[in-house]
Design a protein. Structure first.
Length: 174
C-alpha cells in the first residue's frame, strides 16, 4: 500500500479503508433514534484510521463504533465502570498493548460506544458542530484503545495534544 492508496468499500454498516500501511475494517452500528448519514460514518472512519497511522501502526485492524442514546450508555457505564450516570463515550479495549504490526489476520483493537445525546449537548456547549464533537470522541476513544489515558495531568496533556494534532490534520476544528 502507498500513501495514495485510499479506498472505501461499503458493505451494509461494514467499511474497509486503506491509508498508508494500515487497513481498517470498521463496523458502525446506530442503536438510537437519530438517523446518522453516511458522511458522518466516513468522517469517523477517517479519524480512526488517521489515528492508527499517526501512532505508527501497520497492517490490518478492526474496530466497532456503536452510536447509542444516553439511557443505553448510562446502563453500560453503571455495569462496566460502576458509575451511575450517562457519559459521552466508552472504550472497551481488546488488548493491554495493541501490536503495532498485524500478522496473518486483522487485530480487533476494541469497541467504541458514543452517546449521540451527549455529543449533541457537548457540541452545543462547546460551540461547534456535531461532526467535530463526534470526531473528537472517536479520536479520544481510539487513543484509549491504543493504551492512552488521561487520569494524571501529564497523561492528559499528551493525550489532548495527540487529539488536537490528528483533528487538525483532518481540518476538523472548533
Amino acid at each position: 500500500m502507498t500513501n495514495d492508496d485510499v479506498q472505501v468499500v461499503e458493505m451494509d454498516s461494514l467499511y474497509d479503508k486503506h491509508l498508508a500501511d494500515v487497513r481498517l475494517y470498521t463496523e458502525i452500528i446506530n442503536e438510537q433514534d437519530i438517523q446518522i448519514d453516511e458522511q458522518l460514518d466516513h468522517i469517523l472512519i477517517d479519524v480512526a484510521i488517521n489515528t492508527l497511522v499517526a501512532e505508527g501502526y501497520k497492517g490490518e485492524y478492526e474496530v466497532s463504533i456503536s452510536i447509542v442514546d444516553d439511557e443505553h450508555i448510562h446502563r453500560l457505564n453503571r455495569e462496566h465502570r460502576g458509575i451511575n450516570r450517562a457519559t459521552d463515550v466508552l472504550s472497551f479495549p481488546q488488548w493491554d498493548i495493541v501490536p503495532k504490526q498485524s500478522m496473518d489476520m486483522p487485530i480487533h483493537i476494541g469497541d467504541i460506544i458514543i452517546s449521540m445525546d451527549m455529543a449533541i449537548l457537548q457540541a452545543k456547549n462547546y460551540g461547534h458542530d456535531i461532526i467535530r464533537e463526534m470526531a473528537f470522541l472517536t479520536v479520544h476513544s481510539i487513543l484509549h484503545l491504543l493504551g492512552y489515558d488521561h487520569e494524571a495531568d501529564e497523561q492528559r496533556v499528551v493525550m489532548r495534544a495527540k487529539e488536537k494534532e490528528i483533528l487538525k490534520k483532518l481540518n476538523i476544528t472548533r
